[in-house]
Design a protein around this ligand. Structure first.
Ligand code: NAD
Ligand code: UDP
Length: 334
């Protein structure tokens, strides 16, 4: 199939391009590079020894999107493009609402105009809010603690209503838990600009000596060791989940949690990182981070049953591959 991948130069998008190309699909990437580099496109091509078509465009630009659909017979869209920094979304709500919801509408409209039926959307576990764990797809969504989370919930609703009005539209809403790690080659991975917000890139930068120590946000949660529990998923497993979903997409809306189903605490992740990689990660305990919840992990039985997909890589592979990627980056890069 010819798959349009928006945000394909980004972290999850680039790994998914690898899996799509290896599965024999043609890939067209649209990315304005606001949080990524064009080199990543070359790296994906080197890993797979295949070519992609790249449009350096903003997917909120209706005319630019229309040109892609006019140039190619698109069979499906995987929409990763979006802004994702939670704290920044509180400071710049309009930028987040505009970018993340208008892009969804522009792409869905282009699909309608051109009879493109398959649409896969990058949603997030954040839409569950503070529900009881494990999170199940049938749960009522709770208001997100920040504009970023709301943009995901709104985009989900836009796509649900579009599918209601168009019986052939086939939508997959993939709710990612915490993607970490990198391609096994160490060639592509997560490269946040500035100081990382997320745990794993912070840990890799402390291990590398770029940052002095990890700040652990709270050790008084009702969790086994008091630190926050999350469902970390290897980015390659996540990428494979997209292709499994694409292969089985049928008309209507299908919602899937993509996680491992296993909760891991901050200190468990740090310990695994140190043991597997033989490096030290100094840390200090701080107060809780505003807006954080104690625990987030998925019920993954629906994806397993309906997509025949299951995360194969465990925490050891996650910390090994995250470190392999960080290790080959130049020390002065950040
Ligand atoms: P990323 O920032 O690495 O990738 C997003 C890509 O989209 C970037 O390359 C950026 O340049 C591009 N982009 C943003 N706005 C654009 C626009 N208007 N037009 C064209 N390109 C645009 O982020 P990621 O971690 O790969 O996340 C991909 C998607 O998954 C996002 O929608 C994100 O919200 C969602 N998600 C991520 C996580 C996570 O922890 N990484 C968790 C849940 C959901
Ligand atoms: N966390 C931390 N120190 C950091 C970054 C994150 O202790 O520098 C904790 C955070 O409180 C949460 C977990 O690590 O319990 C995962 O946080 P992340 O920001 O990676 O993901 P999210 O909060 O979006 O699930």
């Amino acid at each position: 199939m010819n798959i349009l991948v928006t945000g394909g130069a980004g972290y999850i998008g680039s790994h998914t391009c690898v899996v799509l190309l290896e599965a024999g699909h043609e890939v067209i990437v649209a990315d304005n590079l606001c949080n990524s580099k064009a080199e990543t496109i070359d790296k994906v091509e080197q890993i797979t020894n295949k070519k992609m078509v790249f449009y350096p465009i903003d997917v909120t630009d209706e005319e630019a999107v229309e040109r892609i659909f006019a140039d190619h017979k698109i069979d499906g869209v995987i929409h990763f493009a979006g802004l994702k920094a939670v704290a920044e979304s509180v400071e710049k709500p309009l930028e987040y609402y505009y970018n993340n919801t208008v892009s969804t509408m522009v792409l869905a409209k282009a699909c309608q105009r051109h009879g493109v039926e398959k649409f896969i959307f990058s949603s997030s576990a954040t839409v569950y809010g503070e529900n009881e764990v494990p999170f199940v797809e049938t749960m009522d969504l709770l208001p997100a603690a920040n504009p970023y989370g709301e943009t995901k919930a709104i985009s989900e609703r836009i796509l649900m209503d579009t599918a209601k009005a168009n019986s052939k539209f086939s939508v997959s809403l993939l709710r990612y838990f915490n993607p970490v790690g990198a391609h096994e080659s160490g060639f592509i991975g997560e490269e946040p600009t500035g100081i990382p917000n997320n745990l794993m890139p912070y840990v890799t930068q402390v291990a590398k000596g770029k940052l002095e120590k990890l700040q652990v946000f709270g050790n008084d949660y009702p969790t086994p060791d008091g630190t926050g529990v999350r469902d970390y998923i290897h980015v390659m497993d996540l990428a494979e989940g997209h292709v499994a979903s694409l292969d089985r997409l049928t008309p209507g809306v299908h919602i899937y949690n993509l996680g491992t189903g296993q909760g891991i605490s901050v200190l468990q992740l740090v310990k695994a990182f140190e043991e597997v990689n033989g490096v030290r990660v100094p840390y200090e305990i701080m107060g809780r981070r505003p807006g954080d919840i104690a625990e987030s992990y998925a019920d993954v039985s629906k994806a397993e049953k309906e997509l025949n997909w299951k995360a194969k890589r465990g925490i050891k592979e996650m910390v090994r591959d995250a470190w392999r990627f960080e290790s080959q980056l130049p020390a002065a890069q950040k």
